[in-house]
Design a protein around this ligand. Structure first.
Ligand code: AVJ
Ligand code: FE
Length: 439
């Protein structure tokens, strides 16, 4: 089911690298140098940090690790090591200027394309099926999503624009609120044979069993979430995990990030524009604690990570797990809202062609979905190619998110893809859906 000819893989790698670079340019050419070097929020790096971190990682993994070349500019490595400098302190580092960062990125990319043209794409796990090239394209796209979060946090007039997402499907109003997923085993995770560019934490594939459960057909909408807010949900400790209650009290939180109540209605700020909160759109910018509290208020719970993946991939007819809810084919604009094609989630009930075999919608794209689960390794996990991608984050401190937002590129999104973050995090493009036991 997956492309395997070396020429097709080489082309796929070229295309993935080019798409990532075009998006990086889109995100950074629309603002001036002052905006690139400013810190728009202590939660984020200045954009110019990402602009040079991207080629620095590309140089380390492709030119040095795969190509065996010497470092182009070894003294800058520590500046762009995410573990050495927290985001809040990055503006005070002697970073490359926007012009230097762009020149560095172009020089690295020129050499990478020469390397890709000449590399034998087999024999070593780093180059097998162009893995390292795919990993680097995914890395750039992940930082593009991070830069889009910085755009959302930035004050001032909009710098980006995009067409509106599709309307809900004709049958959306008649969809059942929830779907029953049968109990029993299914295959969770994947392998490099099935998914050549899967990252280490998605592997290995293994059998999991989950009891039967019900899961929401679509993500929780702003309209549903507003009822929780209006019902006093943020003032009642019954719904909240103790640490979540402490966070909302400490910071005076009473609604999703970017929402405000004004003139008798809920408004939100979205990429520099203030607009009424749209009732039919999946809710965004809630922490894990807010998602958990809403679910408890609604008499439900968050799905576990295994439940989410079974709902997304399990085909009850064949018994096998698909690459995506709709099948094994790569995402098209008919399947899912991905790649920053739109600057918002599509309304609940859109993308009927992207539904899972059991009829669950919008699992891929629109909003990252918080799950109940801690970020943990699968049985047999092996860190590859570096511990700092996944392994150092395993543990109860991070919760898993699944499915990908409108800001995730197709290359960094699939039924097995795992994201994670702190349960207090709100600026990411995260929402959720709820579940309940069927028994
Ligand atoms: C997987 C999205 C949590 O952005 O912190 C980027 C991805 N890792 N550079 C992050 C990543 C190294 C990572 N997440
Ligand atoms: Fe990075």
């Amino acid at each position: 089911t997956v492309t395997t000819s070396p020429e097709a893989l080489r082309q796929r790698a070229y295309d993935a690298l080019a798409a990532a670079r075009a998006r990086t340019a889109l995100l950074t050419d629309c603002v001036d140098d002052g905006e690139l070097t400013a810190q728009h929020s202590p939660l984020m790096s200045p954009l110019v940090w990402d602009l040079a971190h991207i080629p620095n990682q590309e140089e380390q993994w492709l030119l040095r690790a795969v190509g065996g070349r010497a470092a182009l500019w070894p003294e800058i490595d520590p500046l762009y090591d995410a573990f050495q400098h927290p985001r809040a302190t990055r503006p005070s580092l002697p970073l490359l200027s926007p012009r230097e960062a762009r020149a560095y990125a172009a020089e690295v990319r020129d050499r990478v394309l020469d390397l890709l043209g000449a590399a034998r794409l087999e024999g070593d796990p780093l180059v097998d099926a162009a893995f390292a090239f795919g990993m680097v394209a995914q890395h750039e796209q992940q930082h593009d999503e991070t830069m889009l979060i910085t755009h959302q946090l930035r004050r001032g007039p909009a710098a980006l624009s995009a067409p509106e997402p599709p309307r809900p499907a004709d049958d959306a109003a008649g969809l059942p609120a929830e779907v029953r997923v049968p109990g029993g085993p299914f295959t969770m995770g994947t392998s490099h044979d099935e998914e050549p560019w899967a990252l280490d934490n998605e592997r290995p594939g293994h059998v999991r069993s989950v009891p039967a459960f019900f899961i929401d057909t679509v993500p929780v909408t702003c309209g549903a979430y507003r009822r929780f807010v209006d019902d006093g949900g943020y003032r009642d400790p019954r719904w909240w995990a103790p640490e979540g209650w402490a966070q909302i009290r400490r910071h005076g939180i009473g609604a999703p990030l970017f929402w405000r109540y004004e003139g008798g209605q809920w408004l939100r700020r979205r990429f520099g524009v203030v607009e009424p909160v749209p009732d039919d759109e999946p809710v965004l910018h809630v922490s894990w604690y807010e998602a958990d509290a809403y679910a408890r208020w609604a008499g439900r719970r968050l799905p576990t990570e295994a439940e989410w993946e079974k709902a997304a991939r399990y085909d009850p007819v064949s018994g096998r797990s698909r690459r995506y809810p709709w099948g094994d084919a790569e995402p098209t604009p008919d399947h899912a809202n991905l790649g920053q094609r739109h600057l918002r989630p599509a309304p609940a009930g859109a993308y009927p062609a992207g539904a899972s075999p059991l009829g669950v919608r919008q699992l891929i794209g629109d909003v990252w979905e918080w799950t109940a689960s801690d970020f943990l390794p699968y049985p047999g996990f092996v860190a590859f190619p570096y511990r700092e991608y996944s392994e150092v984050f395993f543990g109860p401190g991070h919760k898993v998110l699944r499915g990908g937002s409108f800001a995730v590129a197709p290359v960094a999104c699939r039924g097995t893809f795992r994201n994670w973050d702190l349960p207090v995090r709100r600026q990411i493009f995260a929402g959720f859906r709820t579940a309940r036991d069927a028994g």
